[in-house]
Design a protein around this ligand. Sequence first.
Ligand code: SF4
Ligand code: SF4
Length: 200
Amino acid sequence: MGHEPPRRGNSMAKTAYWDEKPLEALTPAEWESLCDGCGRCCLVKLEDEDTGRVYFTEIACRLLDVTTCRCSDYAHRRRRVRDCLKLTPDLAASLAWLPPTCAYRLRAEGRRLPWWHPLVSGSPETVHEAGISVRGRVSLTETDLKIDDYAEHIVSWPGKSPRGALQVAKIAAKTTRKKTTRGKTTRGKAAGRPQIQGSR
Ligand code: SF4
Ligand code: SF4
């Protein structure tokens, strides 16, 4: 779900609501800010009609800006892309295919946000620097291909975490220092593209 940029980022905030509040208790603004802007969930997915298993492709939703990794028409996305899902706390806890790095998934599992999350690092760039986002890894959009060809672009990386990506404190400390020195799957049906929730 390529969304709006985080509205804030401050690892020194007094109340780290993102690590403390359950998803259900977040305000709409807090909910929105939880999205790290990785764009992984905005990749086209294919569902095996027999097993229900969902596979990521390296094909972007037509509204995903693959440079910013954000939705290019977030306000109207669900009108323009009918299977763009509205993520909710319940879905965050139950959608098996949500990327393991997704902040909504992490919080639904009771985990803290990792060092590269913009809310923790204070920079919207760290999600890209840490290799979490789709930037540089995706060049095709769904309008570039016929749906029958989507299966040739199934990839596994959106469903994986880069090594060490989910560490919290250890790497966060390093980052601070650095900143100071400066259908079947194959041709199955397209699976929903969740979008962040809430008021969205
Ligand atoms: S329409 Fe939905 S899936 Fe597509 S880029 Fe926007 S938020 Fe992502
Ligand atoms: S996978 Fe999660 S954190 Fe990443 S863009 Fe989608 S909703 Fe946001």
